[in-house]
Write a protein that binds this ligand. Structure first.
Ligand code: NAP
Length: 237
């Protein structure tokens, strides 16, 4: 029997994060989901109520998880938000909030995890970016900046810790069936969906399968990679 790992998934209350958390539970890991609400998290996921825009709450939750389990083995920095608006009309607040939740809090999650993983000399970090970081969809200057930001951050960190048995990788989902895509509105979604070579939206479970692989012991020689799960939408970028 393989050892039970401590897995932390941010934004596990629905969508992609919920699917990731469930996939880790199914393979026997101990899984903690960090989000503001428990939402639809699968049974077996241990919810910790955290608003990622509060650095204190985040640190307290991660400290408590480390104390309780004695390890932090896998971290999936998945939580994210959108505040879409054409750039000329985008407020400073909407720009800053998206950067804060998607980029700054992701860095805080990664930094806190590393403290434990460096001592363990092992760890798997998977950061959820977006194909939008590379494509730059209209109305998403804030979101694209945050998602491009996590790619640069992940790669810098990957280089810092590669010799310690820690890998840091990025997944870049395309159009996935979640509340976030529903919020795009039918017309915009149909226009985007038309451009997907696979001819359909992806499922949260299809993203989770890639995340579970990158977090597995078998992915030990993959670090600093960006894995697109997008039905070919961003091919060539
Ligand atoms: P979603 O269904 O809207 O879920 C977002 C998750 O983030 C929820 O669990 C939410 O939990 C959590 N969250 C948001 N703000 C938070 C905060 N301040 N503190 C704590 N948790 C917070 O989104 P999704 O589609 O699953 O997206 C998950 C990730 O994939 C995001 O980073 C997104 O940018 C990325 N992505 C999605 C797509 C797509 O097509 N869906 C494509 C590319 C990338 P609470 O509301 O309970 O706090």
């Amino acid at each position: 029997m393989t050892e039970q790992r401590t897995v932390i998934v941010t934004g596990a209350s629905r969508g992609i994060g919920a699917a990731c958390a469930e996939a880790f539970v199914l393979q026997g890991d101990r899984v903690f989901g960090l989000s503001r609400t428990p939402g639809d998290a699968a049974s077996g996921v241990e919810h910790r109520s955290v608003d990622l825009s509060s650095p204190e709450d985040l640190l307290a939750a991660m400290d408590a998880i480390e104390q309780e389990t004695g390890s932090i083995d896998v971290v999936v920095a998945n939580a994210g938000i959108t505040r879409d608006q054409l750039s000329v009309r985008m407020s400073d607040e909407d720009f800053a909030e998206v950067i804060d939740v998607n980029l700054t809090s992701t860095f805080r999650v990664v930094r806190r995890s590393l403290k434990r993983m460096i001592r363990q000399r092992s760890g798997r970090i998977v950061v959820v970016s977006s194909i939008g970081a590379l494509m730059g969809l209209p109305g998403q200057a804030n979101y694209a900046a945050s998602k491009a930001g996590v790619i640069g951050m992940a790669r810098a960190v990957a280089r810092e810790v590669a010799s310690r048995g820690i890998t840091v990788n990025v997944v870049a989902p395309g159009l996935i069936e979640t509340d976030m895509t529903t919020a795009l509105g039918e017309d915009r979604l149909a226009l985007l969906a038309d451009q997907v070579p696979a001819g359909r939206l992806g499922t949260p479970e299809e993203v989770a399968a890639a995340v579970v692989f990158l977090a597995s012991p078998t992915a030990s020689y993959i670090t600093g990679a960006i894995l697109a799960i997008d039905g070919g939408l961003g091919m060539g970028l």
